[in-house]
Design a protein around this ligand. Structure first.
Ligand SMILES: *[C@@H]1O[C@H](CO)[C@@H](O)[C@H](O)[C@H]1NC(C)=O
Ligand SMILES: *[C@@H]1O[C@H](CO)[C@@H](O)[C@H](O)[C@H]1NC(C)=O
Ligand SMILES: *[C@@H]1O[C@H](CO)[C@@H](O)[C@H](O)[C@H]1NC(C)=O
Ligand SMILES: *[C@@H]1O[C@H](CO)[C@@H](O)[C@H](O)[C@H]1NC(C)=O
Ligand SMILES: *[C@@H]1O[C@H](CO)[C@@H](O)[C@H](O)[C@H]1NC(C)=O
Length: 230
């Protein structure tokens, strides 16, 4: 009985920590199989400066793919893209992909109408762009980044926007049988390598990751729980 409890709790703990999947968004090709798979959780912090800065926070929790705006019907398409509509403000997050000498890049664009978020008479459709494309691995592999990443969009007029992405797992080229290919991981997800002390003291010069990787947390928790239950 106690054994069952331990197994159950371990499964639960490792499930929560290691296998957190982002919300899944897919685009399909002409034959109904996925040609873009984007798993991602994201929160948005939109601000409007003025006498007092107004803030609007939202997420992708209730968002869905605009299937009519999918571009990846055919494998010869060089720049596939996906558009996601957020509710209730009806904003659009468009993700453009590109492939240059086997390296894949992702470029998020965000469109919103200020009067849906703030007390303003501005009804224009505001476009937010990032200053650089995000590298997301190679042609034919998927890209995984569970750690949270802040994407700063360029200010447009009084509007500023930051997107925080986490639990990212994405592929837009070479998806086989509808499944994500083996993943390349982002540096932030890599386990921290601890230098071996060899007697001489050398200053620690490498930058420490601000985000403790999940893969080192789980064994520690399992270890502690094992002893608590013995
Ligand atoms: C949202 O962004 C503004 C401006 O960058 C910042 O001052 C504020 O702390 C952010 N809010 C949250 C909850 O991150
Ligand atoms: C902003 O502040 C100025 C000076 O305090 C004031 O005259 C103006 O009416 C304010 N504008 C708004 C939109 O509240
Ligand atoms: C959302 O925006 C699109 C155009 O960007 C428009 O066609 C559609 O009617 C809007 N939907 C709602 C619920 O406002
Ligand atoms: C990407 O991979 C596919 C399949 O392996 C290949 O046909 C295509 O030429 C590659 N594209 C580039 C730009 O490397
Ligand atoms: C909205 O803005 C107008 C003019 O700037 C102001 O008179 C009004 O009090 C504001 N309403 C709210 C709810 O803040």
């Amino acid at each position: 009985m106690a054994h069952c409890n331990i197994l159950f709790i371990l499964a639960l703990v490792s499930g929560i920590i290691n296998f957190a999947n982002g919300k899944t968004f897919t685009c399909e090709d002409g034959r109904g199989s996925p040609c873009i798979i984007l798993e991602m959780d994201a929160t948005f912090n939109l601000t409007m400066s003025g006498n007092e800065t107004q803030t609007s926070m939202f997420s992708l929790e209730t968002a869905s793919v605009d299937k009519n705006a999918c571009i990846c019907q055919d494998h010869s398409i060089r720049k596939p893209s996906m558009s996601i509509k957020t509710f209730p403000s009806n904003d659009t997050l468009t993700v453009l992909f590109s492939l240059e000498t086997a390296n894949v890049y992702m470029k998020p664009l965000f469109y919103m109408r200020p009067h849906k978020h703030f007390n303003t008479s501005d009804h224009n459709n505001i476009e937010f762009v990032t200053s650089a494309d995000l590298p997301i691995g190679n042609n034919g592999s998927s890209y995984k980044c569970m750690s949270s990443q802040n994407i700063a969009f360029q200010r447009t007029g009084p509007y500023g926007m930051t997107m925080t992405m986490m639990n990212l797992h994405v592929q837009a080229y070479g998806i086989k049988n509808g499944n994500l290919s083996p993943a390349t991981s982002c540096p932030a997800d890599m386990p921290t390598v601890r230098p071996v002390t060899t007697g001489t003291t050398t200053p620690m010069s490498h930058t420490m990751s601000t985000h403790e990787p999940h893969s080192t947390i789980t064994p520690v928790i399992i270890f502690i729980m094992y002893f608590l239950y013995m």
